[in-house]
Design a protein around this ligand. Structure first.
Ligand code: APR
Length: 235
């Protein structure tokens, strides 16, 4: 990726958000047409929402799972997968997205810090459900085959701690470059990664059609859609 100025010994930390899947037809969260215009966070994406109406919450994620399954990875997902092939373990891909388009676009190692639409867990015994057939047969509110307790989406809701933060910070600490794609910079801790990187003197780059809220922490901002900007980086 010549625009990134990556050298032999450099290491790249990538953070992606809903914008990278926008051109695959998946709604982002904020802005016109965003999911949070049609749904209230407090009704579908908090532990309190789950307590109040688990069936509504399950329905919300089932809808999103169906949308994700119907979507196809785009040129931006594929460009990052190609970069991984060239860079090996010098590249760490962390996504806030709960879809599987990075994986279907060819990325081998993806850390889903906000969980996955294709994983659920028993609220009592913590058994994981990752088999897609589980969702085809799932009731309006599935229960755990082992202990009978409700099964919840393995999604990090507002008020919960993102997954494997230690691993993320360890990769940030050893990276030389941070590339952020398609995230508004409004949800922490992810929005703070670039600020940490900036303070440590890493090279920081943003790709998206508009400036994110944390724009001041980026050295370079490429305004444009992910499918246009990322593949041209690779050429
Ligand atoms: N290419 C790149 N970026 C795009 C594109 C595109 N084609 N289209 C839109 N974007 C950008 C928007 O400009 C916006 O900055 O994607 C960003 C989407 O922002 P949000 O909707 O806020 O999504 P995100 O930042 O991923 O949200 C973070 O919020 O509700 C939570 O848990 C949810 O992980 C999510 C978190």
């Amino acid at each position: 990726m010549s625009e990134l100025g990556l050298g032999e010994n450099d290491r790249l930390f990538i953070l992606t958000g809903a914008g990278i899947s926008a051109e695959s037809g998946l709604a982002t969260f904020r802005g016109s047409g965003g999911l949070w215009n049609g749904y209230r966070v407090e009704q579908v994406a908090t532990p309190e929402a789950w307590e109040a109406d688990p069936e509504l919450v399950w329905r919300f994620y089932s809808m999103r799972r169906r949308d994700a399954m119907a979507a196809e990875p785009n040129a931006a997902h594929r460009a990052l997968a190609a970069l991984e092939q060239k860079s090996g373990d010098r590249l760490y891909l962390c996504t806030q997205n709960v879809d599987d388009l990075h994986e279907r676009g060819g990325s081998q190692r993806v850390h889903h810090m906000h969980g996955s639409l294709f994983e659920s867990r028993c609220v009592r015994c913590q058994e994981r459900f990752t088999d897609r057939a589980f969702y085809e047969k799932a009731a309006a509110l599935p229960v755990c085959a082992t202990c009978g307790a409700p099964v919840r989406p393995h999604i990090v809701w507002f008020g919960e701690i993102p997954l494997n933060m230690e691993e993320i910070y360890a990769h940030l600490a050893t990276s030389t470059h941070v590339l952020v794609v398609g995230t508004s910079g409004s949800v922490y801790p992810a929005a703070g990664f670039v600020q940490i990187a900036n303070q440590r003197g890493l090279k920081t780059i943003y790709v998206g059609p508009e400036e994110p809220l944390n724009a001041e922490a980026f050295d370079t901002i490429f305004l444009g859609n992910a499918t246009e900007v990322l593949p041209s980086f690779l050429r």
